[in-house]
Design a protein around this ligand. Sequence first.
Ligand code: HEC
Ligand code: HEC
Ligand code: HEC
Ligand code: HEC
Ligand code: HEC
Length: 178
Amino acid sequence: MQRYLRPMVFGVVVLILLAIPVVLIALRSFFLAPTEEPPKPQPIDFPHAFHVQTLGLDCTFCHREASTEADAGVPALEQCMFCHKVVPTAGKPDLQKLVNAFDSNQPIDWMRVTQLPDHVHFVHATHINAGIACQTCHGPVQDMAAGKVYQYRNLEMGDCISCHKEMGARTDCSVCHY
Ligand code: HEC
Ligand code: HEC
Ligand code: HEC
Ligand code: HEC
Ligand code: HEC
């Protein structure tokens, strides 16, 4: 027994020393929210409030892939033009930009608001199919000012994990990291 004691103590000490950087990195990612950035101006001030509240469009009318894919998807101009072909543009510079972009076959480069680092795996479909509303993570988008959608929830690692614990979803590292 005696002769195993020293190597064992040595082994434990080495393991603890090795664990410290891992724990520090994990703690840092738990408390920091590197995904939060000041919002960048959008190329067109798109009013969610008007389209959702006044026209009564569902979130998934435009963000079609949310319940089937990893990405929710931002609509192609064709989908906007379904209506905007016939909506008058006079005196509405944002609508003139929209129609000009469509006519000249140019996409609109919407600025991403919510973006996780590449090493994190997120799937919209699983969350939507588990009955979680868009607003639980994105907040009251339907009330946000035109062109001013902001990141509502921090969606850092600690945030993801607390909800996973509450709702009984998996929390092993491989669920969210490749
Ligand atoms: C008529 C189409 C349309 C509808 C309906 C719509 N959106 Fe959007 N959504 C857009 C467009 C276009 C953008 C990109 C411009 C922007 O961010 O303002 C966007 C951006 C977003 C973003 C920001 C994406 C990012 O980069 O992080 C979120 C979140 C979002 N929408 C959620 C919703 C929710 C929730 C609803 C329902 C309450 C909804 N949207 C309804 C067209 C739509
Ligand atoms: C459980 C939290 C959660 C829910 C619920 C959720 N989202 Fe997201 N959403 C995110 C995260 C996290 C990202 C960033 C994903 C990334 O960068 O890979 C994101 C990104 C987006 C984006 C931008 C990029 C893209 O195409 O994915 C849009 C648009 C969006 N969400 C719309 C929606 C809509 C609409 C709903 C409801 C149908 C919804 N989200 C429900 C967490 C959520
Ligand atoms: C179901 C029909 C419909 C769809 C789909 C739709 N819109 Fe609209 N949108 C309207 C109507 C109607 C108005 C009100 C026009 C007005 O006030 O003169 C409007 C208003 C707007 C405005 C405000 C213009 C202003 O200056 O007041 C913008 C910007 C806009 N839409 C962009 C978009 C974009 C971008 C898409 C696609 C992502 C889109 N719309 C999809 C019907 C639609
Ligand atoms: C509001 C609660 C909530 C939040 C916030 C949340 N999740 Fe989830 N997540 C769930 C639930 C519930 C499930 C399990 C759904 C099921 O198994 O049907 C899940 C499942 C997943 C899955 C498994 C997908 C699959 O198909 O295997 C991944 C990956 C995931 N979440 C990543 C994330 C990431 C990354 C974040 C933070 C950016 C996050 N989640 C935030 C509730 C949440
Ligand atoms: C439910 C999803 C989820 C699970 C489970 C998860 N992570 Fe993460 N992790 C994230 C998200 C989201 C980020 C990115 C946070 C950010 O940058 O906003 C992250 C970031 C990280 C980072 C990068 C830190 C940094 O500062 O950029 C490390 C390292 C990490 N996670 C390790 C782990 C380990 C180890 C486990 C298992 C014990 C784990 N994660 C489990 C979601 C998860």
